[in-house]
Write a protein that binds this ligand. Structure first.
Ligand SMILES: [Zn+2]
Length: 250
């Protein structure tokens, strides 16, 4: 009798280990795989799987942003020497409110060092944010830098892990040479593009969509071609977000 129970327990343990190893291999594999594009985000709904599989990458907080109902606290930082137009953040905050259907709260985290930021230190920095997560709430960190490293030459901003957006102000200024008056529009567009990544949206080939490489064509800003950076998600993206919201609210 006992040996039978032991055998069954061992079998169950083996199956659990097998499932875990299988998931872990998938999680570490190709980010475009079916698993990582679909099943992963569903697993990330569960605190247990988030924790045990270490789901801390871009998009893994999709369930938080689209599934929770409490406030989203947007904590932002900027280099001490830089002035930033508050309206960029206000507009972004409103857009996050619109697309998640949740209230948002902007919190200035403070001025930070003017030097180039290695992305590797942001992990520990995030922990210093010290914001208490509201009940059913989420935290979104926006880190304006003079510049960050590593950064690809044409890149203006990036997404760092599950709830961080990193913006290079130097890259925006350099890129917009001759069109610097439009910097706020570009910063707004970059913020929304990165938020799209936070909720797990992929790049789009439609130039009117914010998830396209919205900043420019052939290394020149869109203004050079008589256009402006998109200020909002395109209709297609709005439909996708709406569908995801319905899925994660249930
Ligand atoms: Zn992108």
């Amino acid at each position: 009798m006992w040996s039978k129970i032991k055998f069954i327990l061992l079998l169950v343990l083996l199956i659990i280990t097998g499932v875990f190893v299988y998931f872990k291999i998938q999680v570490m594999g190709d980010s475009n795989s079916y698993f990582n594009q679909h099943a992963r985000y569903k697993l990330a709904k569960s605190g247990f799987w988030r924790w045990s599989l270490g789901l801390k990458n871009v998009g893994d907080a999709r369930a938080d942003f689209l599934g929770n109902t409490g406030p989203i606290v947007i904590e932002w930082f900027k280099p001490v020497s830089e002035d930033l137009d508050d309206s960029v953040l206000q507009d972004f905050s409103k857009a996050v409110q619109t697309y998640t259907g949740r209230s948002t709260r902007l919190v200035f985290g403070g001025g930070v060092n003017d030097s180039t930021v290695p992305l590797s230190i942001l992990n520990s920095f995030q922990l210093k944010g010290q914001i208490q997560k509201p009940v059913n709430g989420s935290i979104l960190i926006i880190y304006f830098t003079k510049d960050y490293l590593p950064r690809q030459s044409a890149e203006l901003s990036t997404t760092f892990k599950e709830n961080g957006i990193i913006i290079s102000l130097d890259a925006h200024k350099q890129f917009l040479e001759g069109y610097i008056q439009n910097i706020n529009q570009y910063l707004g567009s970059s913020l929304l593009h990165e938020f799209g990544h936070q909720i797990g949206l992929n790049h789009s080939s439609d130039p009117d969509c914010i998830m396209s490489l919205h900043a420019g064509i052939s290394g020149r800003p869109l203004e050079f071609y008589g256009r402006t950076a998109p200020a909002d998600f395109c209709a297609k993206e709005q439909v996708t977000i709406q569908q995801l919201k319905t899925e994660y609210r249930n």
